[in-house]
Write a protein that binds this ligand. Structure first.
Ligand code: PMP
Length: 440
């Protein structure tokens, strides 16, 4: 058979969120990983300052997780997800709800953050339908929110470039303003002091639409992908109060903040605010096998399954919900988190991390530094007519220097695995100092 050879070898794979032409002209490949490090095919060692994509919280290729997945695939590769179960799915659900706050006692499994977000929105809408509040059909997100790429998540998300080519978004969606305020909160240490009043705009939005028509508000406790936007002190508490006052469900998208990123199992624990629905993915399996999980409070689950006679199914689910490999990976991940106290490790390192990051305050073009737990961002002044260029240059240079960072616009985002050592933090900071000093 004649071999097709129409393109270079890299063209067949259409990469998401990637400047394909630029990447394929200068590809960056990772071939192997262990602990805090990646290795390129040329054998260069790269310190991972981003936990992959905010997901490899326990570090790469942990033996316990590798062994669990290998054993699982050799034992039970797949079991139908509907009208059928397998023991590890139930074991995992039990272990997970043991670490969720309050009565977030039921979990719906998905395969990604995006699927978890859309699942959460569907659960919120369905809940109101079956509890006699079918008028509640509106959803509220926020500007500068990232909730994945499916239609629900894109609609409640607040990133205009992501929405530009897809005009038929969900109807009846509105957005709160974001809380980022460079003028008042520049170089805040941890949570910004100013801005709690921005939560009151939720009340204004509810009153504008008639609160009895709003189903849910979805919020990333710390917005990650748009540059680590930390909520002002008491902002989330106020949002919770307003939701309670008007019977609106509160959804936290904890895809990034879940599983220890802030030094508690979830941001809900960290802020002392419990949502009605909590969306997770990423750190659930330490990034090893795709999986997401949506937690709901008792009142939501019970509304569907009051008794046998009135039980209402939710007509929703995925072929790979609670996939055996993902369940095995998640169980081994949870064990690893517990054995090494990783769900609380960020709390131990947070001050050291904060001090290191903020030591970059005088580097060229740095206009803001933000941090909480083990997440951080360095915002650069955009170059005139060439926004994003400075941060992307820093990204490329850092990769050359053997450190993987992440950028969004002109913001450098950092989220090292929670096993990071103090000397590795020092190395990340001193490398950044060098990289930033070269920017023009
Ligand atoms: N929500 C948040 C807050 C995220 O950060 C992400 C991914 N970065 C998603 C949802 C989507 O997750 P996924 O890419 O697994 O679909």
């Amino acid at each position: 058979m004649e071999e097709k050879n129409k393109h270079s070898k890299l063209e067949a794979y259409w990469m998401g969120y990637t400047a394909n032409q630029h990447f394929k002209a200068h590809p960056r490949l990772l071939e192997k990983a262990k602990g805090m490090y990646y290795w390129t095919p040329e054998g260069r060692q790269i310190l991972d300052a981003t936990a992959g994509l905010w997901c490899v919280n326990a570090g790469h290729n942990r033996e316990k997780i590798v062994a669990a997945v290998q054993q699982q695939v050799a034992t039970l590769d797949y079991a139908p997800a509907f009208q059928m179960g397998h023991p590890k799915a139930f074991e995992l659900a039990e272990k997970l709800i043991a670490i969720t706050p309050e009565d977030l006692n039921h979990v719906f499994f998905t395969n990604s953050g995006s699927e978890s977000v859309d699942t959460s929105l569907k659960i919120a809408l369905a809940y109101h339908q079956i509890t006699g509040e079918g008028r509640r059909t509106r959803l509220i997100g926020r500007e500068r929110a990232y909730h994945g790429v499916n239609f629900g998540g894109m609609s409640v998300g607040g990133i205009s470039v992501n929405r530009k080519l897809f005009p038929n978004l969900l109807a009846q969606v509105d957005h709160l303003p974001h809380t980022h305020d460079l003028a008042r909160n520049q170089f805040s240490l941890g949570q910004p002091v100013y801005g709690v009043e921005k939560a009151d705009q939720l009340e204004q939005l509810l009153l504008l639409h008639d609160p009895s028509t709003v189903a849910a508000v979805i919020i990333e406790p710390v917005a990650g992908s748009t540059g680590v936007l930390v909520p002002p002190i008491n902002y989330l508490q106020r949002i919770r109060e307003i939701c309670d006052q008007y019977g609106v469900l509160l959804i936290f998208d904890e895809v990034i903040t879940g599983f220890g990123r802030l030094g508690e199992p979830f941001a809900a624990n960290y802020f002392g605010v419990t949502p009605d629905i909590m969306v997770t993915a990423k750190g659930l399996t330490n990034g090893s096998v795709p999986m997401g999980a949506v937690f709901v409070r008792d009142k939501i689950y019970n509304a569907f399954y009051q008794d046998d006679a009135t039980a209402i199914n939710i007509y929703h689910g995925y072929t790979y919900s609670a996939h055996p490999l993902a369940c095995a990976a998640a169980l081994a991940t949870l064990e690893t988190y517990h054995d090494e106290n990783l769900l609380h490790r960020a709390a131990e390192l947070a001050d050291y991390w904060q001090e290191g990051l903020h030591s970059l305050v005088n580097s060229p073009y740095v206009i803001d530094i933000r941090n909480l737990g083990l997440v951080g961002a360095i915002e650069l002044e955009p170059k005139k007519n060439k926004p994003t260029e400075r941060a992307f240059k820093a990204y490329l240079d850092a990769f050359e220097q053997g450190v993987l960072i992440r950028t969004t616009g002109d913001i450098i985002a950092l989220s090292p695995p929670l096993i990071v050592s103090r000397s590795e933090i020092e190395h990340i900071i001193s490398m950044l100092k060098q990289v930033l000093s070269k920017l023009k």
